[in-house]
Design a protein around this ligand. Structure first.
Ligand SMILES: Cc1ncc(COP(=O)(O)O)c(C=O)c1O
Length: 386
């Protein structure tokens, strides 16, 4: 039987295995020298002053909300995201205020942000959906005008650009994910990037129990020997990255540009294949965005989306919906509001397989399957109309 085509698959090679072998043999697998090296290389790649390595983007978003002190205040956000973005607001004691999205990019709309700013707005979370940049110039202008923090959820956007700037480095804090399906992965992991030394220091402390001096620093040769001594300045979390994850991160970071180029080539192949087919829209490409191409999203008629998902499944192809809008979830009912564009778009979207190791013959199979299904639906529609 032919192998199923997954929606995503990590790309690991001999380099990862070799690097892990060294770290395991070193005898230090907790947060330590590899984590520090990964932070430095990530910060250099992104062109930011500070990068703080964490065990997930969910942790980064949570700590960003604490550092931005959103408690009791409003945070403008999108419903078209993984729940982590919005759980972070609740965990920080803030109130999510959902803004509608742009129909084509599925990113938060700057016009909506403008409409929803109130005197109690404290911050804006933007999610670069699928790796395609939000329109950051008008968003940053509004934020500066009203004195708001901007937190970029760059979970999908590692290596993507807005104009010539790396996504996750334009706002006050950028939150990256290295979860299993992401453009670069450490199994699970995350990073918070910022140019603000005060924010970075706070996040560094909160990531490890609120302790002022982490274990690895205390055990450095030449440091005072009272290694058990540290201050606990506030209640923090167990959110730090470890050296096993950081070892993978270092190798994956070195391969990121190449992997993203391959993602972009595959997305262009999809774009060409679906161009001009009645009933299919494909991931947009705005002139200001160099897409990190985390996912490939088709849009079809809402009535046929679920059937297309089932048809692909029967043909051994995985697909998924990113996302069920958060404002419709029972947890978010107290914050719900009408979001006409989000509500019209989400029933139409379907993410199809995209990862650097997707073979061209596998991609052709996906393309053929989608075409066959949509052509069948189109001819049924025409027959019914005549
Ligand atoms: C948009 C978005 N934000 C945040 C996250 C959370 O990332 P992590 O799994 O690293 O916590 C994800 C993960 O899928 C995501 O897609």
């Amino acid at each position: 039987m032919a192998e199923r085509i997954p929606i995503s698959r990590p790309s690991f090679g001999a380099e990862e295995t070799e690097a892990l072998r060294h770290t395991l043999a070193s005898g230090w697998v907790g947060m330590g020298p590899k984590t520090v090296e990964f932070e430095q290389k990530f910060a250099a790649y992104m062109g930011v002053e500070h990068a703080v390595a964490l065990n997930s983007a969910s942790a980064a978003l949570h700590l960003a909300m604490l550092a931005a002190e959103v408690e009791g205040q409003e945070v403008l956000t999108t419903a078209m995201t993984f729940v982590s973005s919005n759980h972070a607001i609740l965990l920080g004691g803030g109130r999510p205020v959902f803004c509608d999205i742009e129909a084509d990019t599925l990113n938060i709309s700057p016009q909506e942000i403008r409409k929803k700013i109130t005197p109690t707005t404290r911050a804006i979370i933007v999610v670069h959906y699928g790796g395609h940049a939000c329109n950051m110039d008008p968003i940053m202008e509004l934020a500066r005008e009203h004195g708001l923090w901007v937190i970029e959820d760059a979970a999908h956007a590692c290596g993507g650009l807005y104009r010539d700037r790396k996504l996750g480095t334009i706002g006050d804090m950028g939150c990256f994910s290295f979860q299993a399906t992401k453009n670069m992965t450490t199994g699970d992991g995350g990073m918070l990037a910022t140019n603000d030394a005060t924010l970075a220091a706070r996040v560094r402390k909160l990531r490890w129990m609120g302790i002022s001096r982490p274990t690895w620093e205390r055990f450095q040769p030449g440091k005072p020997r009272r290694v058990w001594m540290y201050d606990v300045e506030e209640v923090g979390f167990k959110y730090e990255m470890n050296d096993v994850a950081a070892t993978l991160g270092l190798v994956q970071l070195a391969k990121l540009e190449q992997a993203n180029q391959q993602r972009r080539r595959l997305v262009e192949r999809y774009r060409e294949a679906f161009a001009g087919i009645d009933g299919i829209e494909f991931t947009p490409a705005k002139p200001y965005a160099c897409n990190a191409c985390y996912n490939a999203v088709l849009k079809v008629d809402a009535e046929i989306r679920d059937e297309l998902c089932g048809f692909l499944d029967q043909h051994g192809i995985d697909s998924n919906v990113h996302y069920y809008p958060n404002h419709l979830l029972p947890l978010y009912r107290p914050y719900t509001t009408r979001l006409p564009v989000t509500e019209a778009q989400w029933p139409r979207i379907l993410s199809i397989p995209l990862f650097p190791g997707l073979r061209l013959e596998e991609q052709d199979q996906v393309i053929e399957c989608v075409r066959e299904f949509v052509a069948g639906r189109n001819s049924l529609r025409h027959t019914a109309q005549n």
